[in-house]
Each structure stands twice: as C-alpha cells, then as structure tokens.
Design a protein around this ligand. Structure first.
Ligand SMILES: Nc1ncnc2c1ncn2[C@@H]1O[C@H](COP(=O)(O)OP(=O)(O)OP(=O)(O)O)[C@@H](O)[C@H]1O
Length: 257
C-alpha cells in the first residue's frame, strides 16, 4: 500500500482557550517526512490539546495548521488519508476479535483483499501480539490493548502518525519495541509526532524533542475578588460575577473520535 505523502505540516501560532483558561499557549511547530518528533512537558501544559489541533480535530482559537499550505480538517478525506491519529481510547465492537477490527480498518483504507492477511500478520508480529488476533478486545490486558490500538493505527496507510502517550501501560521491553517501530517508520519516509512522558525513551529513539513549557496559564491574571459567601441555599448567578453557563466546554470541538 502506498503511503500518502506531504512536504510540510505546519502549525502557525496556534493557541486554544476556553473561558479564561489557556489550554494551549501560542505554539509554532513544523513536521516533515522522515522526522520522528517527541513532545515532552509537564502535565497540563497543552500537549494533547496540541495534538488535537495538529490533526484537525480541534479548531484553534487563533492560528492555523496547514498541510503544504492547505488548512487541515479531519472531516476532509484528504486530511485523513495523510494523518493517522491515536489520541484517547479506541472504541471497539464487543463481538469482533482484534483480527476482525484490523480487517475492517485495512479494507476501509483501501487494502487489497488478497494481501490483507499478510499485512495484518505483519503488524501484529511487529508488536508481538500475533497470538492475540483471535481475542476479543475485552480479553486483552491494558498493555496488550494498547499494543492492539497501536497496531490498528499503524495498519492504515498514512504519512503522519500522531500518537498521545503511546508508551503508557507498556513494560520496558515493549516500550523499546514501540520506539523501534516508530523509528523504522520515520526511516521509511513517514513522519511521527508523539507525546511521551518517558524522557529516556524519547532521547534514545527520536530525531527531535520539542519540550512544551509549563503552560495552561490563565489568560488574565486579574481575577475578580470572590463574592462573600452567602450560604449554601443562595445562588450568586452570572450577573454577580459567577461562572457563565457553558464556559467549561471545549472550543471548536468537532465531535468525538
Ligand atoms: N474542556 C476543557 N475546559 C477547560 N480546560 C481544559 C479543557 N480541556 C483541557 N483543559 C485544560 O487545558 C490544559 C491542557 O490540557 P492537555 O490535556 O492538553 O494537557 P497535557 O499537556 O496533555 O497534560 P497531560 O500530560 O496531563 O496529559 C490543562 O490545564 C487542562 O486542565
């Protein structure tokens, strides 16, 4: 299966805010084929938010992400043929085995029927989970499930893999296996962007580390002084400086994956 290509995917001064909370401070980032980029940073600094913006799942409050000059949008098939994300848990079918899920993904993304078995065996072998092909997803341990979800996203053709903490729940040996698979992908001309909390793993395997500064700062440091407590039975309401209804939602959210 050919790998869809691009020259450059660029996030230009993207930022996200909801209410007075900065989910992602202004960030500029470029990735090109052959690069294997780990994003590191403290909890809450905006890494997952950035990945969602980069994949076109979340519209930034400011700035834009482009693929060779064209704005990206996950609802656009052209974007989805290039970018394969694994951000958050994958929903599965209760009565379909891991191999069934992989056949569905392979055929959805245009694989030829004759070659499906070999491609699926290959990706399961890469992650050392070939023996679990006939299991239901609910019959896998959390680490095995993580490997299964990685197999699902790597099976489909893509030019850019975007993975959120793919090393989570994996033992040290399987973390190294993951790092090898991602490095191999980049060597073959693909690009990988992944959030990683294992600094040593990232340093040993990637072509570049982008460290996000401690973020999620309040946009305004000036907050109104709290109202004196009026007791539990009384409500202050928005007119008295309370939180506006709906302000905790996500900006530009385009639906669940
Ligand atoms: N829907 C939301 N409304 C308000 N704030 C949010 C919302 N979603 C996330 N945040 C805040 O945005 C900031 C960035 O969150 P994000 O999930 O991107 O962080 P992260 O760097 O991936 O963290 P972690 O390493 O813990 O996964 C956090 O401070 C978080 O509390």
């Amino acid at each position: 299966m050919t790998t869809p290509t691009f020259t450059e995917i660029k996030a230009d001064k993207v930022s996200c805010a909801v209410g007075d909370i900065t989910m992602l401070p202004p960030t500029t980032f470029t990735v090109r084929p052959g690069e294997n980029v780990a994003i590191t940073g403290d909890n809450g600094c905006g890494k997952t938010t950035f990945l969602r913006v980069l994949t076109g799942n979340l519209i930034p409050t400011q700035g834009v992400v482009t693929r060779d000059g064209t704005p990206i949008d996950e609802r656009d098939g052209a974007t989805r043929r290039v970018i394969a994300p694994l951000i958050g848990p994958v929903a599965g079918f209760r009565d379909m085995t891991l191999a069934d899920h992989l056949i569905l993904i392979d055929q959805t993304w245009g694989g030829d029927r004759e070659g499906a078995g070999a491609r699926i065996a290959d990706i399961l072998g890469k992650f050392d989970i070939l023996k679990f092909g006939n299991r239901f997803l609910s019959e896998l341990s959390s680490g095995q499930r993580q490997l299964a979800e990685l197999a699902m996203v790597l099976l489909r053709p893509s030019g850019l893999l975007v993975l959120d903490e793919p090393e989570q729940r994996l033992d040290p040996g399987r973390r190294e296996l993951l790092a090898e698979v991602l490095a191999e992908r980049a060597k073959q001309g693909g690009a990988v962007v992944w959030v990683c909390h294992d600094q040593a793993l990232a340093e040993s395997s990637v072509t570049r580390i982008e460290h996000f500064p401690q973020g999620s700062r309040k946009r305004s440091t000036q907050r109104p002084a709290p109202e004196p407590s009026a007791g539990p039975a009384k409500s202050t309401g928005p007119a008295q400086g309370g939180k506006k209804k709906g302000s905790g939602g996500q900006p530009g959210r385009k639906g669940n994956r």
